[in-house]
Ligand binder design. Structure first.
Ligand code: UDP
Length: 355
């Protein structure tokens, strides 16, 4: 099978955890590295490095144009040469490319939203909601990482076809270790939607001397980071900045728990990385964590700093509970190993192509 993947928003080769590069890049890298063993994968992204072979069977093709139309021309040119069987677009900006490309390619098209604008609880963009609807109605299949998201999409747009495949985790890189710590870890881009202000409020409310490590770089300008640093004045908070993904496992193993205070989280890849590292996860129950973490690999609460504070306090003093939730998380995470998740994608792609 020859698969054409579109990643217009960001290059999967750029280091993640700051700017525009986050979980989607990890998903694209991890998934196609595995699928490349059984299929030929061409990933189209923006940039000037031309063609880079990243793994056997996987090439990243850089198109030096900041223009979806010109981008489509490059895809069509390659399709004529290689004959793709399937197109998979990631994120709404790639979906716009998909809308244009599908008119010419005439091959099955699957789309992953990564963020569903209409389901976000803050900062919704009306124009983007309409474009995402058009993308969902035009493609052959929408792949969602949780069944609750797939259900929400079906409820809003009954004609849209959805399938659910969770994101994965590298369970060898993120491995369990003894949890004798009491500090909190936050991992993610420094962006208002990630709710770090709420986490700072929660730590103050605990009235305890709890240390927090914040891993990740600014996402939409430095002002968010400066505002959070100011908000955290007087607390024991270490802003370590962006950390290379292959160095991140140490941060999980040196933490007692991961807190994901996001207002919106489609899946919560960091939650799964914490689970694989046998660390309990605290977050909000209306997010994708409900399905990933559930009620036995962490503590999920209703949105609000007070609820977060209570969960943090309870876990900080209860070593046995942290251990129990962490061990359960590790067991659950094994079912999300990327090798298993990639097999699910392989089977789904085959079904879509055979139809
Ligand atoms: N990440 C990283 N280095 C950092 C911060 C984050 O490698 O400094 C990774 C993190 O391990 C996770 C991804 O970036 O795999 C973030 O994914 P998530 O789904 O949590 O958030 P998104 O950025 O997609 O909103």
């Amino acid at each position: 099978m020859r698969i054409c993947v579109i990643s217009y928003h960001s290059s999967p080769l750029v280091p993640v955890g700051a700017g525009k590069s986050g979980g989607m890049s990890i998903v694209i890298r991890s998934l196609y590295e595995r699928l490349g063993r059984h299929a030929d994968v061409d990933i189209f992204t923006r940039g000037n490095e031309r063609v880079v072979s990243v793994h056997p069977g996987v090439r990243v093709l850089h198109v030096g144009e900041n223009n979806p139309g010109r981008f489509v021309e490059a895809i069509v040119k390659n399709h004529r040469r290689h004959g793709y069987d399937l197109m998979h677009t990631h994120y709404w900006s790639s979906g716009i490319v998909g809308l244009l490309a599908s008119r010419v390619l005439k091959i099955p098209w699957v789309h992953t939203l990564h963020t569903v604008e209409v389901l976000k609880t803050i900062e919704r963009d009306k124009a983007r909601i309409e474009i995402e609807e058009e993308i969902m109605r035009s493609c052959d299949l929408v792949i969602s990482p949780t069944s609750q998201e797939a259900l929400a999409i079906q409820t809003l747009y009954p004609d849209v076809k959805t399938a659910t495949i969770p994101h994965g985790v590298d369970t060898r890189r993120f491995a369990p270790s003894h949890n004798g710590h009491s500090n909190i870890l936050f991992v993610g881009r420094i962006d208002p939607i990630k709710g770090i202000h709420l986490l700072i409020d929660a730590i103050r409310l605990t009235k305890r001397d709890i240390a927090l490590t914040v891993v990740g770089g600014p996402s939409k300008g430095d002002h968010n980071l400066r505002s959070i640093e100011k908000h955290a004045a007087g607390l024991d908070v270490d802003f370590v900045g962006q950390v290379r993904h292959d160095r991140l496992a140490d941060y999980y193993s040196r933490a007692a728990m991961l807190v994901v205070p996001s207002y919106y989280e489609s899946f919560g890849l960091v939650g799964l990385e914490a689970m694989a590292s046998a660390r309990p996860v605290i977050g909000f129950s209306h997010t994708g964590l409900k399905e990933t973490v559930g009620d036995d690999a962490g503590v999920l609460v209703k949105m609000g700093a007070r609820n977060l504070a209570r969960a943090i306090k309870n876990l900080a003093v209860d070593h046995n509970l942290r251990q129990r939730l962490g061990n359960r998380g590790r067991k659950k995470a094994l079912a999300f190993d990327w090798s298993l998740v990639a097999q699910k994608y392989g089977r789904l792609y085959e079904r879509v192509v055979e139809k």
